[in-house]
Design a protein around this ligand. Structure first.
Ligand SMILES: [Zn+2]
Length: 254
């Protein structure tokens, strides 16, 4: 059984067939999925979906949405984090590729969410894009347990995460022909590696370019097993045990 540790099941692209998407995941051996929020309203929606389908949720504000962070959103996120279905803060982080929110605002909102993660003793799901130096600086100052999601960063950030005992999650990007960083996939200790889809984005081969969905995390697991030269069963049991250790018993598909 696999756990998709990061999907955006609330995305409008699932509006027409969300129940079938969840059924297909289960039928494919993806026994649990974490519905990740990127904004205050998305956190409420993620909790609803988690309740409806027996999944888990996160609550937090994506760096793209950092500008939306004000006291009401902070309160909404904090109250969501006390809900039983919510297993992590996030997704948070820094994205200097799109710069949809000013960088100083991104850093401020990232720090605040890491502080919440520490306070509530929950993991923080971190998105890092073209911002490694600042992510490194901010993580170094925090005691939060981190999940580097859809890893596509440089060696320094990876080494820091490994040294800190953080978790590193790989997405469908590892199945692309353009993915050259096999070393990163091999470097993460067996007790710290996770898999995810980040659906509806980043569909793995052979579905690249189409809508992604949680059942496709099987393709990610297969490619990770191939790169690490270990059996697929090993990747299934390792990544699922890691997801349970990181996010708690709620995500246990067994
Ligand atoms: Zn995401």
């Amino acid at each position: 059984m696999l756990v998709d540790t990061h999907c955006h099941l609330g995305d409008a692209r699932f509006d027409s067939d969300r129940s079938s998407v969840v059924e297909r995941a289960i039928a494919s051996g993806v026994g649990h999925s974490i519905v990740v929020a990127d904004s205050g309203p998305a956190a409420l929606q993620a909790m609803e979906l988690a309740a409806k389908f027996g999944l888990s949720a996160t609550a937090g504000v994506h760096p793209h949405e950092a500008s939306s962070w004000h006291s009401e959103v902070a309160e909404l996120v904090e109250s969501a984090l006390s809900n039983d279905s919510v297993v992590a803060v996030g997704e948070t982080g820094l994205d200097y590729h799109y710069d949809f929110s000013p960088r100083d605002k991104q850093r401020d909102v990232f720090r605040r969410q890491l502080a919440l993660a520490v306070e509530l003793d929950m993991p923080a799901v971190v998105h890092a894009r073209e911002a490694d130096d600042d992510v490194i600086g901010i993580i170094r100052d925090s005691d939060a347990k981190i999940v580097l999601h859809s890893f596509c960063s440089g060696r320094e950030l990876l080494d820091l995460a490994i040294e800190r005992g953080d978790y590193v999650s790989f997405s469908g990007m590892v199945t692309f022909n353009s993915w050259k960083d096999t070393e990163a996939v091999c470097s993460v200790p067996a007790d710290r590696i996770l898999v995810e889809t980040d659906s509806p984005y980043l569909a793995p081969m052979p579905h690249r370019g189409k809508r992604n969905e949680p059942s496709y995390v099987t393709h990610v697991a297969r490619r990770v097993a191939e790169i690490r030269a270990v059996g697929l069963e090993q990747i299934h049991s390792d990544t699922t045990a890691n997801a349970v250790r990181c996010f708690g018993n709620r995500v246990d598909p067994c």
